[in-house]
Ligand binder design. Structure first.
Ligand SMILES: [Zn+2]
Length: 576
C-alpha cells in the first residue's frame, strides 16, 4: 500500500516539473525503517533487459578476471549487484550455447619425450602457475578453424571487412610459446582475419585454435598441428561454405618468431650453413654487403621432396623435415616485426658489452654509469653476478623499454665522444628503421635503401693505421651480422611490397604473445578455478577455451560494458 501511494504521488508531482512527453517513470526507492533496509521496485521487470544486464556483468567479471569468491564478497557489500549464482548460471548458459557453435575438443597426446630444460629466462615464474601447467602435459585443447570462421563471418560482413560479392578471406595463422618456469612452455596457435586491419592489434581478435603445455619442438608440434593441417588443406581446396551457400576462398598466411616458424617449416637451426628460410645465402656470405638476396625458395620445391615418393627432387638447402603446413606458400610466411627489433636489439647490446669487456672497461664504475643512464631514461635495469659462473647477467627488457633505449640511451656515458657518436647514430637509425618498417606509409624501395645504409653503417670498417693519429675505428665485422639482420635488410622490403595491402604491422605477434601470457597467468591459478565439483570441475585448458568462446559471444552480441551514469540528487534536509 505504502509503495503504491509513493508511486501515485510521484506521478502527480512529476507533471508539475517535467513535460509529460519526457515520460518520467519511478523506478525504485530505498528507505530504512527501524534500521532495516527496504528497496521498492516499480513497474514490470523486463526479462530481456535483466538478461542483458547479467551478460554485461558476466563480461566484465570475465575480463577482470574477478574470482568467484571475490565477486561474492562484492555482492555482500552491494546487494543490488546480480547474485553470484545468477552470474554463474549466465556463464553456463553462454558456455552451452557457444559449445554448439564452436565445440571445444580435448586431444590426448601421449608425450614420450621428457621435458628439456629451457635456458632462457622464464616469461612466467609464479610457482603456483608452474605447478598447475605441469599437470596438463599431454593434453591439448582444440577449436576448429571452420567453426570459428562461420561464427565470426556475419559480424565481419556487417562491418564491411569482407564482402560476399568478392568472397575472399585472408587468414593468418600464428604460433607462440611462453616459458612457464624453466621446464615447460605454453604453446598456442591462433588464427585471425588479416582483412580486419583495425582490430589486428587486439588480443581478442586472435582466436585460439590449439593450446597445450609442453615443449616447442618439431615432433610434438607435428602431432598438435595435424588437425589444423587437414582442416586448412580442405579449406584451401574447397573453400568455406557459409549458411547462405556462399563459398569463400581462403588465402592462408603464417607469422611467428623465427624459432617457431623454422619448426613449422622443418628448417634447420639458424646457426647452420644455410640459415635463411627464404634465400640461398650461406653463413659465409651473411655479412657480405655487396650481396643482394631475394626470396628464391618456394613450397613447390619443398613439397615434392617430402611428399612425393616418386620424386627424386632434393629440397632446397636447409629444409630437413617435411613442413607441417605445406599448403601455405613460402612468401606468405612473414616474420614478426617485434622479434626483428627485439633480437637485433639484443645483438647490438651484446656488441656494446663485448667491446667494454675486451677493453677491460666492464667494471663496477661502468656498470653504475649504465644503470644511471637507464634511470635517466626511466628504464629499470640491473646487473647481477650469477652464482657459480661469476658471469654478469642483466635485466631482460620488454619491447617498450628496448624502444626507449634505442631512441634515447646516450653511449657517451661509457665511450669517448667520437665512438659514442657512431654508436648512438647506429642505434637511432635502427629505431627509425623499426618505425618505418611498421608504418604502412613507408615505400618499400625507400626502406630497402635505408636498411642497406644502416647495414653499411653497422659494417663501418676501421681506417688508417692502428695507434696512429689518422686511425679511425670502425664498428662491427661481417660475422657479427645475424640472420635477423639479414632478414631486415634483404627480405623485409620484399615482404613490405608483397603485403602492402595489410602492412607489415598486420603480421605482428605482439597481441598473440599477450594473449598467451595473460591467459596462462589468469587460468592456471587455483583461485580462478570454476569451483564446481566432479565432472563440473574443468581443466584450465577447457576454462581458457570457454573463456574465449564467451568473449566471442560478447563481441558478436555487442554486449555493453557500461551504462550511462544516473544523475545523483542529494537532499540533505526535507522542508516541512
Ligand atoms: Zn635470406
Amino acid at each position: 500500500m505504502f509503495n503504491e501511494h509513493l508511486a501515485f504521488n510521484f506521478t502527480n508531482t512529476s507533471v508539475k516539473y517535467f513535460h509529460p512527453d519526457d515520460c518520467p517513470i519511478l523506478q525504485k526507492i530505498c528507505f530504512t525503517v527501524q534500521d532495516k533496509n527496504f528497496q521498492a521496485n516499480f513497474g514490470i521487470q523486463n526479462k530481456e533487459k535483466e538478461n542483458q544486464r547479467n551478460e554485461a556483468f558476466t563480461k566484465v567479471i570475465d575480463q577482470g578476471p574477478i574470482a568467484r569468491d571475490s565477486y561474492q564478497n562484492l555482492t555482500a557489500l552491494q546487494p543490488e549487484l546480480p547474485r553470484e549464482t545468477t552470474i554463474y548460471k549466465t556463464k553456463k548458459r553462454i558456455n552451452e550455447e557457444m559449445s554448439n557453435a564452436i565445440p571445444i575438443l580435448i586431444l590426448n597426446i601421449s608425450n614420450e619425450q621428457s621435458l628439456t630444460p629451457i635456458h632462457k629466462n622464464p616469461d612466467i615464474n609464479d610457482p603456483e602457475i608452474i605447478e598447475e601447467v605441469l599437470k596438463y602435459i599431454g593434453k591439448a585443447g582444440y577449436r576448429k578453424i571452420t567453426d570459428i570462421l562461420l561464427y565470426i563471418l556475419p559480424d565481419l560482413i556487417n562491418r564491411h571487412v569482407i564482402n560476399p560479392d568478392n568472397p575472399i578471406i585472408n587468414l593468418r595463422i600464428s604460433g607462440d610459446g611462453r616459458n612457464v618456469g624453466r621446464k615447460v612452455k605454453h604453446v598456442i596457435i591462433t588464427c585471425t582475419i588479416l582483412d580486419d586491419i583495425v582490430n589486428l592489434y587486439k588480443a581478442n581478435y586472435h582466436y585460439t585454435i590449439i593450446l597445450y603445455p609442453g615443449t616447442e619442438n618439431y615432433k610434438l608440434l607435428q602431432r598438435m598441428i595435424a588437425p589444423i593441417a587437414s582442416e586448412l588443406d580442405d579449406l584451401i581446396l574447397n573453400g568455406l561454405r557459409d549458411s547462405n551457400g556462399t563459398i569463400w576462398t581462403i588465402n592462408p598466411y603464417f607469422s611467428s618468431d623465427w624459432k617457431f616458424m623454422a619448426i613449422v617449416l622443418g628448417f634447420n637451426a639458424p646457426n647452420s650453413k644455410h640459415f635463411c628460410l627464404w634465400c640461398l645465402c650461406t653463413k659465409e656470405n651473411i655479412g657480405n654487403k655487396h650481396k643482394v638476396c631475394i626470396i628464391e625458395k618456394n613450397m613447390d620445391q619443398i613439397k615434392p621432396a617430402f611428399f612425393d615418393n616418386n620424386s627424386s627432387v632434393k629440397p632446397p638447402p636447409g629444409y630437413i623435415k617435411p613442413p607441417l603446413l605445406q599448403m601455405i606458400p613460402l612468401n606468405h610466411y612473414v616474420p614478426d616485426e617485434l622479434h626483428i627489433m627485439l633480437r637485433i636489439w639484443d645483438r647490438l647490446w651484446n656488441l656494446v658489452l663485448h667491446e667494454l669487456k675486451t677493453q677491460n672497461q666492464f667494471d663496477n664504475l661502468t656498470r653504475k654509469k649504465i644503470i644511471a643512464e637507464m634511470n635517466r631514461i626511466s628504464v629499470s635495469f640491473q646487473f647481477w653476478q650469477d652464482q657459480g659462473t661469476q658471469n654478469w647477467s642483466y635485466t631482460s627488457l620488454m619491447g617498450g623499454d628496448k624502444e626507449i633505449v634505442l631512441k634515447s640511451f646516450n653511449f657517451g656515458v661509457v665511450f669517448n665522444e667520437e665512438r659514442a657518436f657512431l654508436i648512438n647514430h647506429l642505434w637511432r637509425d635502427f629505431y627509425q628503421l623499426y618505425n618505418n618498417m611498421k608504418s604502412q606509409k613507408t615505400s618499400p624501395i625507400q626502406f630497402a635503401n635505408q636498411a642497406k645504409q644502416w647495414l653499411d653503417l653497422f659494417l663501418t670498417s676501421s681506417e688508417g693505421e692502428l695507434n696512429s693519429d689518422t686511425f679511425k675505428e670502425g664498428l662491427y665485422r661481417p660475422k657479427d651480422v645475424t640472420p635477423y639482420i639479414h632478414v631486415l635488410v634483404h627480405h623485409i622490403p620484399e615482404f613490405m611490397k608483397q603485403h602492402q595491402k595489410f602492412g607489415l604491422c598486420a603480421f605482428s605477434c605482439a597481441p598473440v604473445e599477450k594473449k598467451n601470457h595473460d591467459q596462462v597467468s589468469a587460468f592456471f591459478r587455483k583461485t580462478m578455478k570454476d569451483g564446481g565439483k566432479g565432472a563440473e570441475r574443468k581443466s584450465a585448458i577447457f576454462e581458457i577455451l570457454h573463456y574465449e568462446n564467451r568473449s566471442m559471444y560478447f563481441a558478436q552480441k555487442d554486449t555493453i560494458d557500461k551504462y550511462s551514469k544516473p544523475q545523483h540528487i542529494h537532499i540533505k534536509k526535507l522542508k516541512k
